[in-house]
Every structure is written in structure tokens, then in C-alpha cells.
Write a protein that binds this ligand. Structure first.
Ligand code: ADP
Ligand code: ZN
Ligand code: ZN
Length: 736
């Protein structure tokens, strides 16, 4: 007997497993499994949440062996077709499994199968009792009376309360007295509105206006705003966003991990009437889901987030802005190694909307695109308002005696600045007391046993710590080789310089900002608040200080050591050095006071350093571009790195050697496609693993992509020796 009953549909699913293929399941007859919806399915012994890619009629697998879908979790697709397409592109381009890529993009609670929840706004309003109070009540408690008066006008949300400077104790007091209460109000979705602003925008200067006038809102275009620090890029972003909000469209703003300070967020919240949501690593799972949901439903007008926010679904996205586009944190360095900046350009093209990349120090890739006309190049050459550019000088510190890493001249400049009532920023990109510990008698150096790295001395805790793995040990009292007691810390870290500065300028506060001093949740905020008070003091810190902050009272910046990038093992070393120096220098004199920057160097005459100081970052970068072209490196060529880590160095090298032979059969080496390696990574050993690399350098992206997908398929089928790990990095930024 032939059955006429319809077949159950085949449901093709992407699962969060490290395999490059999708999986087929049997759906329920008559049910629709829409692309972009989640399903729960059995996988081995487990149940997994996956995403439906399509509903098909046939499977290449034997239908009798297919397992049934356990549950359909979404009646409407969770991800819209364009977002799913973006994720598919990401998986293809970075050679990572689609299921894992999707999983990177989803908030944890959605990965676990929970439902997105409709967002509501918390409003503080008067209770019945509160409404009955006469005007001018609570006169004895001034702040409470103030709040009461506000609420008598209208209910207030948290942003409004914050803007009115009403703290939570005051709110609590009123609630405890039974006079006020919180109410949930469902959020409206964004609609075109003439009144997008809460606070008026600034009158733009000519350059800002010219940049803003170039933007076209209803078509794809990539714009590089290259503007010196303090030139008012953010003001241009804000006004571009305003134009979108007025038209009822949303904005997505990506900023570096470290740049998401309360200051930045406040600036956006204060400006716009709509909800501004932030997506960053400080959110808990529930908050993250809430922000995601608001963006997707169109309740949030502006979404500000770090790297992974590029995957946020947005109901009506109208513009993407990447601030500090050169920043390394936009590239994920493990798992799915995507570049949020590059994906953002894809997304803007897909949606036919503008994308703005802003920075004082464009990445060479971006600058190259601007110079050759693929991006529109907008420049802001002077500072907004009254601020003047800082004056830069390089100080040759060869043969000078240094105190805490600082020359006598630097110390006296710091003293003068403090005496004049201003603040100083001392930049030193190494935390700890000293980057290594050496025996003065026999030359023994404390090495990490698991990494090719020296242990950093942390004197206050009497510890040696490796900054590349978890290893730590007590600071030895004697040399383990010769038993001498003369052990000396070599070089300078922030802890050591802090000590010197403390002894030298005992009347002033030293505010140290590095990963060791900002561990607590509020630590960074507290430190920034201290700086904001404007008292003369010294800020001392690592690159955490270099980015995005606005320190109006800093008039002197001292860069303790500019030399690292000149002789780095990474071909991007000089580019990074130029960006870092320019960014740090840009912290000086941002308000009305003129600034000054002292750069200490052992190579003061180095031509690159001189170009940077005398001609500025833009011409420095153009010189680096010429060098890259000669060296056949990005952005003129395209790179990919295959990493292979193994506890046995020979095993890694051998594996990559074989792989190279295999690949050369598939695609013969040529000037258009060069194979380099295998060679040990610049940092050969890390966390007990020996690290080898095979590098690919291609003239055309397409050819490289072809090779990489062959490689990926081959790797998936190969059985790797025990404990060996391979990973592929397309457009790598970190070569170490
Ligand atoms: P950037 O983002 O380029 O570092 P910002 O937008 O933060 O610069 O601007 C630096 C400072 O200049 C801020 O204090 C800002 O309020 C101020 N500013 C920006 N544009 C103007 C303007 N057109 N007129 C007056 N002040 C401005
Ligand atoms: Zn010794
Ligand atoms: Zn280590």
C-alpha cells in the first residue's frame, strides 16, 4: 500500500559545533520551519539549540536515519534574512563553521533557547499619596523636595533622573515614604520625528559642516573621517545620527572595548530623545538580551557597542559608525576571527546605507582605500572650539640617568606643570614593577617555564608573574643559579614609575591606571572621577589611558618609551607606534589650555620617528604605505595565517610542512600566491605550547579564499596528532 500522507519536511539546521556543515532533521508534517528560527534538536547524547537554514524536501542522508526535531522554538524567525546572510558571509570569509559563527552573534540566553522579551521602560511616578501632597512639601529635605517637584510635573525615567542629578538614595527615600513608585511602561518603537534632540547640537565649524554635508543617507557609501584628536568627530557623528533619527531610522555605533566609558555613553544619552542602549562586556545576560531585543524591535534609536555589536539585529538601521576604526579590538583574536569593521562595511553595502569610519590615525588598510577612492576621504585638520594642537618634542635619553624611567628634564617639566596647577599624563605601556628580574652576579634572568617570555616583577605583592599565561611565583630572595642576593629589576613598569613619582612629587596624587589597578567593577570610574575634579595630579598608565578619554586639564604628556614599535617582530609595529604616540599625545591640551608632549627615546633620530613628529601621522602613514608596497605586504597583498600549536615543536613543524606540500599540489606557488613557512611564531612558546605558523600572501582575495576553503576542508578531514591545535586567521592583525 502506498501512503498518500505528505512527507515530514526535512529541516536543515546550523548547530554550534566545530564542523563546517549543516545537519538535517525531520520536522513535523504540516509544520513550517522558517529560515532564521531556532529549533531544539538531539545531537549525540545532548540536546542543542540550532538555527533553521532552510526547509527542504530531500536530504542527502538516508531519511530513515534522520532524527526528529525536538521543538520549534520561534514562531517568527529570530534573525532576519539579511542578518543571516551577514553571518553566512562571515563564516565563509573567515573560514569558521556557520553554527559557531551564529553562536558568537547571539546573546547567551537566546543560545540557551530562551525567548526575547519585550522591553519596558521604568518610570518613577508619584503614588496616590504623593499626588495628594501640596506644592512645597518636604521643604526640610531639599533634594527630596526637588525630586517631588519634578515628579509633580511628570513621571521621570532613569536618564532624566540622572540628568537632574537625583541619586538613588533620594529616590529610595521617597519610595520608602510611600510617595513615589516605579512603573513599567512598554517602549514605543522608533518613528520619524522632528524632535530627535534632548539637548541642542553645537554649531559646526566649516570642516565639520563640510564633512556632514558629504554624507548621503539613503545609499551605500563608506566615509573615512580622518580628524585629529579633539577635532570634533563625535559631534559630526551625533549630527549624522540625528538626521537618521529624524527619518525614523536607527544608528549603530561601534567603539573600542576600552572606549565604552560612562563619559561616551552619557554624551549620546544626553543628546537624543530616543533610547540609547549600550552593548558591552559589562552587561549580564539579561541586560544583554534586553538591549538586543530593543534594537531588534526598533525601540532603541541608537545602539552603542563593542565588536560583537556588529551582529545586533536592527529593525530600521540607517547608519553605521565605527569610532577609532584603527583599533585592534575590532578584530576578534580567537574563535571566529572576524573583523567587526570589515563586516560593518559589508553590512552597510547590504542595507544600502552609509558607514562612517572615524579616527585620528587611520589603519593603513583604511587609508589606502581612502586614497584610491573606494572610500570618501573627509578630513578635520584642526581642533574644534578653542583648543590648540599640542607641541611635540623628542628627547634623546641615551646615556641619561633615569629615575623610574624618567629623565631629569621630564621630571622638571612635570614639576612645572603641577606647580602651574595643571595635570600631567605619563604613558608607559608596561604594567608591573619591572619587565624582568636579573641576577647582577651571574646574569640569570627569571623566565616563564611555559612561555618564551620573561617574568614581570610585581614588587608590592613580592611576585613574579607571566603576562602571557597564569604562571606566578614568589619573588626569589636569592639567585637560583649562583645564590647571590643581588637581584635587580630591569626596565620600568607602571608600578615602579609610580613609586618614583610618589617620592618625587609627594604633595600630589598619582593616579595609576592599568589592568592591575582597575580590576574592581567601579575602579576605573572612580579614577576617572578623581581626574575630572581637575586638581593638579599625575595620571600614569598604559594604553588604557590612550583611548577616547577627554582630560581637559592635562597639559603635559610624557611618553616614557617610544621605541618598542620601531624594532618589533610584527610588520605592523611602526604603524602601531605611530597610532599610539599620536593618540596619547592627543590627550594633551584638549580644552583651552595649550598642551605639550615629551617623547623619550633611545632612537630620537630614527627617520620614522622624525617623520611622525615633524610631519604628523598622515604623512608618516603614507610613507609606511610606500614601504608596504615595496615589501608586498597588506594592504597591497592579502594575508592569512595558519597557526599550529603543539606541545612538541617538531610535530607542529612537520605537520605544517606536509600541509604546505599538499597545498602546493592543489595550487602551485607563484608570485601571485606565496607560501611562507612553516616557521616558529615570534613568540615561540606560550602556555606550554610551541607555536608554528604557515603564512599565505596573495595578490587577489578571491584566489586566497579559494585556497583557504580547500585548506579548511582538508583540515576537517585530517586527524590531528594528540593535543595539536590548528586555527586559521584571515587578514590577521596580530602576527605574534
Ligand atoms: P573627537 O571626537 O574628534 O576627539 P570631540 O567631538 O570629542 O572630538 O570634540 C572635542 C571637544 O570639542 C569636545 O569637548 C566637544 O564638545 C568640542 N566641540 C566639538 N565640536 C565643536 C564645535 N563645533 N564647537 C565647539 N566645540 C566643539
Ligand atoms: Zn646569579
Ligand atoms: Zn607564561
Amino acid at each position: 500500500m502506498t501512503s498518500t500522507s505528505p512527507q515530514p519536511p526535512i529541516v536543515r539546521v546550523a548547530l554550534p559545533v566545530p564542523l563546517g556543515r549543516s545537519f538535517d532533521y525531520l520536522g513535523q508534517t504540516g509544520r513550517q520551519y522558517q529560515r532564521g528560527s531556532r529549533v531544539q534538536v538531539p545531537f549525540g547524547q545532548r540536546q542543542l539549540v540550532g538555527l533553521v537554514l532552510e526547509q527542504a524536501e530531500h536530504s542527502e542522508q538516508d531519511p530513515r536515519k534522520l532524527k526528529a526535531v525536538t521543538a520549534l522554538l520561534d514562531s517568527e524567525p529570530l534573525l532576519d534574512p539579511q542578518l543571516l546572510q551577514l553571518l553566512e558571509f562571515c563564516a565563509r570569509y573567515y573560514q569558521s563553521p556557520l553554527g559557531e559563527t551564529i553562536s558568537t552573534a547571539l546573546p547567551a540566553l537566546l543560545r540557551q533557547g530562551q525567548q526575547p522579551q519585550a522591553a519596558a521602560k521604568q518610570l518613577l511616578q508619584l503614588s496616590q499619596e504623593g499626588q495628594g501632597l501640596p506644592e512645597g512639601a518636604l521643604a526640610k529635605a531639599k533634594k527630596q523636595a526637588e525630586l517631588l517637584a519634578l515628579l509633580q510635573q511628570q513621571a521621570q525615567d532613569k536618564t532624566q533622573l540622572k540628568a537632574a542629578n537625583i541619586g538613588s538614595p533620594i529616590i529610595k527615600a521617597l519610595i520608602d515614604k510611600g510617595l513615589a513608585q516605579w512603573r513599567q511602561q512598554p517602549l514605543a518603537t522608533l518613528a520619524p520625528c522632528a524632535q530627535a534632540l534632548r539637548q541642542p547640537s553645537l554649531a559646526l565649524n566649516d570642516e565639520q559642516q563640510a564633512a556632514l554635508d558629504q554624507l548621503r543617507y539613503h545609499q551605500f557609501g563608506c566615509y573615512l573621517i580622518e580628524g585629529t584628536t579633539g577635532s570634533g568627530k563625535t559631534e559630526v557623528y551625533l549630527q549624522a545620527i540625528e538626521a537618521c533619527l529624524v527619518a525614523g531610522r536607527q544608528a549603530l555605533v561601534l567603539i573600542p572595548e576600552i572606549g565604552l566609558t560612562p563619559q561616551t555613553l552619557a554624551r549620546f544619552e544626553q543628546r537624543f530623545n530616543c533610547s540609547v542602549v549600550a552593548i558591552h562586556s559589562g552587561l549580564n545576560d539579561r541586560e544583554r538580551l534586553q538591549a538586543w531585543t530593543m534594537a531588534r524591535a526598533g525601540q532603541a534609536g541608537v545602539v552603542i557597542g563593542t565588536r560583537s555589536a556588529i551582529f545586533t539585529p536592527m529593525a530600521a538601521l540607517g547608519i553605521i559608525i565605527i569610532d577609532e576604526e584603527h583599533d585592534l579590538s575590532f578584530k576578534q583574536q580567537d574563535g571566529v576571527r572576524y573583523s567587526a569593521r570589515d563586516l560593518a562595511v559589508y553590512r552597510a553595502r547590504q542595507l544600502d546605507i552609509p558607514i562612517v569610519l572615524g579616527t585620528a590615525t587611520p589603519a593603513l588598510e583604511t587609508l589606502h582605500n581612502a586614497i584610491n577612492g573606494r572610500y570618501q576621504h573627509l578630513r578635520l585638520t584642526h581642533r574644534a572650539g578653542n583648543a590648540k594642537p599640542p607641541s611635540l618634542s623628542c628627547q634623546d635619553i641615551r646615556q641619561q640617568s633615569l629615575l623610574g624611567g624618567l629623565s631629569a628634564d621630564s621630571l622638571s617639566a612635570i614639576g612645572d606643570t603641577l606647580a602651574a596647577g595643571n595635570q600631567v599624563l605619563v604613558f608607559l605601556n608596561r604594567r608591573g614593577y619591572a619587565p624582568s628580574l636579573m641576577c647582577h652576579h651571574c646574569g640569570w634572568v627569571a623566565q616563564c617555564q611555559h612561555c618564551s617570555a620573561r617574568m614581570t616583577l610585581h614588587r608590592r605583592q613580592h611576585q613574579l608573574r607571566c603576562h602571557h599565561c597564569e604562571a606566578s611565583a614568589r619573588e626569589p630572595l636569592q639567585c637560583p643559579a649562583c645564590f647571590s642576593r643581588e637581584l635587580i629589576g630591569q626596565g620600568y613598569g607602571t608600578e615602579r614609575t609610580e613609586q618614583t613619582l610618589g617620592e618625587h612629587f609627594s604633595d600630589h596624587k598619582i593616579i595609576r591606571i592599568d589592568r592591575d589597578t582597575t580590576r574592581g567593577k567601579k575602579a576605573m570610574q572612580n579614577k576617572l572621577a578623581q581626574i575630572e575634579q581637575g586638581q593638579p595630579c599625575i595620571l600614569l598608565g598604559t594604553q588604557m589611558l590612550a583611548k577616547g578619554h577627554h582630560f581637559p586639564d592635562v597639559t603635559l604628556v610624557v611618553i616614557v618609551d617610544a621605541d618598542g614599535g620601531l624594532f618589533s617582530g610584527d610588520f605592523r609595529g611602526p604603524e602601531r607606534m605611530g597610532q599610539l604616540i599620536t593618540q596619547v599625545a592627543g590627550r594633551a591640551g584638549r580644552a583651552d589650555k595649550p598642551g605639550r608632549v615629551i617623547i623619550q627615546s633611545h632612537h630620537a633620530e630614527h627617520p620614522l620617528l622624525q617623520t611622525l613628529l615633524q610631519q604628523g601621522y598622515h604623512l608618516f602613514a603614507r610613507q609606511l604605505l610606500r614601504e608596504r608596497q615595496l615589501a608586498q605586504m597588506p594592504p597591497y597583498r592579502h594575508l592569512a595565517l595558519l597557526h599550529c600549536d603543539s606541545p612538541k615543536p617538531e610535530a607542529a613543524e612537520h605537520f605544517l610542512q606536509n600541509l604546505r606540500h599538499w597545498l602546493e599540489q592543489a595550487q602551485a606557488p607563484s608570485p601571485a600566491l606565496m607560501y611562507l613557512g612553516p616557521f616558529p611564531a615570534p613568540m615561540e612558546k606560550r602556555k606550554r605550547m610551541f607555536r608554528y605558523q604557515l603564512q599565505f600572501n596573495a595578490a587577489e582575495r578571491a584566489q586566497l579564499q579559494g585556497l583557504l576553503s580547500q585548506l579548511k576542508a582538508h583540515l576537517e578531514q585530517s586527524k590531528l596528532p594528540a593535543k595539536m591545535r590548528c586555527s586559521l586567521d584571515v587578514d590577521p592583525l596580530d602576527m605574534m
